[in-house]
Design a protein around this ligand. Structure first.
Ligand code: NAD
Length: 292
């Protein structure tokens, strides 16, 4: 069994860390929010008081699940300088969704200290994190991928090698741009049906068996009450925040600019999510775009 450091115990990180404990690994955890740390400790993990306290610990893996690029930069390079402090045989696995450029920057900073870094962003949401059914998209060396595979499989069902450092993030950005577009399209179709007198559940069931079928209709219906156990039926609490989706769409637009790609629907999706966040809904689940 492995000794694993884990930083970032939020909506995704906490259930992922719990699954590693359940699989029998020794976990050392940290988050700036004390409450979530206590929950992991009650399950058998140990905790440290700061990122610096990981210094010199004999870790096989260091996993991070942080909100965005500046947080990852701050922990590994800028403020906490974790890369300088880890033992050289620790493999760093960053599961956060960040820019491919930042993933490459952290990986090349790691090389200076003999530390191998891979990007391993995930898809599957909080339900996938809880049920250990996440999909991992990995960028880095093939050797590091092989070393990480069994650990990632304790938190997920599918683990894909995408290519060099940053490639996992490129996959994730493309996937989330498609997810945002699908979510908005599905919300728009249901709203049109409801405005014309249809029951949202009946309409959703029919579209689910018709050519409009998609993952949102199958697993994440945005209309309140149309599906059980989804954020839409719980006041849009939990799940994947609007602010994080807006961030991911921003990453998609940056990548499009850098490669002179045209992403008109991605641009529209980014604007709609920015508008929705500006209206005060940034902390709600991204399916709350139905309200807009
Ligand atoms: P979250 O905001 O719930 O969790 C982030 C955690 O990081 C928080 O507990 C926060 O306290 C902690 N944190 C922030 N800065 C820190 C620091 N300097 N040191 C230690 N801890 C720090 O976010 P989340 O929903 O868990 O998402 C995490 C990442 O996963 C994001 O990049 C997101 O885009 C991605 N993601 C989220 C989902 C989802 O459904 N929520 C799905 C796929 C991918």
């Amino acid at each position: 069994m492995a000794v694993i450091g884990f930083i970032g115990l939020g909506h995704m990180g906490a259930p992922m860390a719990k699954n590693l404990v359940k699989a029998g690994h020794e976990l050392i955890v940290f988050d700036i929010v004390q409450e979530v740390v206590g929950e992991l400790v009650s399950l058998g993990a140990s905790a440290v008081e700061s990122v610096q306290a990981f210094a010199g610990k004999k870790l096989d893996y260091m996993i991070t699940m942080l909100p965005s690029s500046p947080h990852v930069e701050s922990v590994y390079i800028a403020q906490d300088k974790l890369l300088e402090k880890l033992c050289s045989d620790t493999l760093v696995i960053d599961c956060s969704t960040i820019s491919p450029e930042m993933a490459r920057k952290v990986a090349s900073a790691g090389k200076k200290y003999g530390i191998e870094v891979i990007d391993a962003p995930v898809s599957g949401g909080t339900v996938g994190a809880e049920n250990a059914t996440l999909t991992f998209m990995v960028g880095g060396s093939e050797q590091a991928f092989k070393s990480a595979e069994s650990i990632l499989l304790a938190m997920g069902k599918n683990v894909f090698f995408a290519g060099e450092n940053g490639a996992g993030q490129v996959c994730k950005i493309c996937n989330n741009m498609l997810l945002a577009i699908t979510m908005i399209g599905t919300a728009e179709a249901i709203q049109l049906g409801v405005a014309n007198g249809l029951d949202p559940t009946v309409l959703s069931d029919i579209m689910q068996k018709s050519s409009g079928k998609n993952w949102v209709l199958d697993c994440y219906n945005p209309y309140p009450g149309a599906m059980e156990n989804v954020p839409a039926s719980a006041g849009y609490q939990g799940g994947f925040m609007v602010d994080l989706m807006a961030k991911d769409l921003g990453l998609a637009l940056e990548s499009a600019l850098a490669t002179k790609s045209s992403v008109p629907l991605g641009g529209l999706a980014r604007n709609l999510y920015a508008l929705h966040a500006a209206a005060g809904h940034g902390q709600l689940d991204f399916s709350s775009i139905q309200k807009l």
